[in-house]
Design a protein around this ligand. Structure first.
Ligand code: ADP
Ligand code: MG
Length: 393
């Protein structure tokens, strides 16, 4: 689960991680008021108006504006608010700016990159730091991998002094900077563990004129598996407008659904089978439109919801239902498919492969439904058929 920069910084502040003074704003008037307050508090005219969307790369897309004075801050807010920002992380459709964050302008001595992520292989927290901050880190990783310094934090020992020295050396920090960096890394690790994060990224991490480090940007991603431990706080932090409407509808129905950019809708049970179905479709030259695992305990209602979500999408040019009935029964799937098509109609080719529990019952329901269904015996057959019918290779 993703949150906004201003929310992440609120959390950073709670853990004592240095951040600039800032005030969130839900409209242009609030942004102007926030700028006025900040200018009065800091005695400096320089403020930064920042678009709050769940994506990075806002600076390059015109979503971060450094200005002087309240009037200029209002203008910047007017400019950004309501605008659709297209960055390298939003996808081509972009994201509409519905929230702003006004911050004090900070003098930047140097920009770095710092990120914490779970490393499943070593079962540690992987720390990545680079002196190439403020820019696209993916590019640095591609072109200058030697400029990314790493450390793996074992939860039994926590951050070790030698790890701080290694990373600080990589960043080119002096003695004071190293101390300040060490304090920050310990606090960020503490936050990462206690708040059940999957990612905490600071880009840029900066060196201030005083030789201390500070988080100028903040990204936090929570591990959804830990939702039960933080339900109240996370639900309050969630910005529903940032989650694709279909994904929240699927979540409410207990489905694991992720929208993708292909044109073949997939209805599958079991995450493993769903993954291999997507692979097989790709193998035969097609592109899946979604990942969808209806799970083992799906009811006819949730299967109907799942199939409706697929049917509603304009980009879907063909549907592949691939079910291996274990706990899930094939007749429940068949009933869900029929119920959803009754309501929304079926305008695209549908290939169905059913196997396992109640397979005969399921096939019978589909055969008697009057729907134009192409049956398939195996996953490979089904994938090939749907790729062809959907107009792929
Ligand atoms: P994004 O990563 O989405 O582009 P950032 O928060 O990293 O957004 O901001 C982009 C750039 O704007 C930063 O690299 C930094 O140079 C500048 N910037 C952001 N916040 C401030 C601030 N409070 N004071 C001064 N400069 C800032
Ligand atoms: Mg950034």
């Amino acid at each position: 689960m993703n949150i906004h920069e201003y929310q992440a910084k609120e959390l950073y502040k709670k853990y004592g991680i240095p951040i600039p003074k800032g005030i969130p704003a839900m409209n242009v008037d609030e942004a102007a008021k926030a700028a006025e307050t900040l200018i009065a508090e800091t005695g400096s005219e320089v403020v930064v108006v920042k678009a709050q969307i769940h994506a990075g790369g806002r600076g390059k897309a015109g979503g971060v504006k450094v200005v002087k004075g309240t009037a200029a801050a209002r203008e910047a807010a007017q400019d950004i608010y309501g605008k659709t920002l297209v960055t390298h992380q939003t996808g081509p459709e972009g994201k509409v700016v519905q929230r702003l964050f006004v911050e004090q302008g900070v003098a930047i001595e140097k920009e770095f990159y710092l990120a914490l992520a779970i490393d499943r292989e070593t079962r540690t927290i992987a720390v990545m730091a680079s002196p190439e901050g403020g820019v696209n880190i993916e590019e640095v990783a591609e072109e200058h991998p030697e400029k990314i310094f790493k450390a793996y934090i074992d939860l039994a020992t926590g951050v070790m002094p030698y790890q701080i020295r290694h990373l600080a050396y990589g960043l080119g920090l002096d003695k004071k900077g190293t101390k300040s960096f060490g304090r920050m890394l310990r606090k960020l690790t503490d936050l990462f563990v206690k708040e059940d994060c999957s990612i905490a990224e600071i880009n840029p991490l900066i060196l201030t004129g005083e030789g201390e480090v500070m988080a100028l940007d903040a990204k936090v991603n929570f591990d959804s598996n830990a939702h039960f431990r933080h339900a109240e706080m996370w639900d309050a932090l969630e910005d529903k407008s940032e989650v694709a409407a279909t994904e929240s509808e699927a979540q409410a129905a207990g489905l694991s659904y992720i929208q993708l950019d292909g044109n073949i809708g997939c209805l599958v049970n079991g995450a493993g089978l769903a993954m291999s179905t997507m692979d097989t479709i790709q193998y035969y030259g097609g592109q899946p439109a979604n990942f969808l695992d209806v799970g083992g305990g799906a009811t006819q209602e949730s299967v109907t919801t799942a199939f409706k979500i697929i049917l509603r999408s304009d980009s879907v040019k063909g549907i592949f239902v691939n079910i291996f009935g274990g706990i899930m029964k094939c007749d429940i799937i068949a009933n869900g498919v029929v119920a959803a098509t009754k309501e929304l109609g079926l305008k695209v080719p549908l290939v169905v492969r059913l196997a396992g529990t109640n397979v005969e019952k399921g096939k019978e329901i589909l055969a008697n439904s009057g729907l134009n269904i192409t049956p398939a015996d195996t996953m490979a057959d089904g994938a090939q058929l749907i790729v062809k019918l959907a107009g792929g290779k």
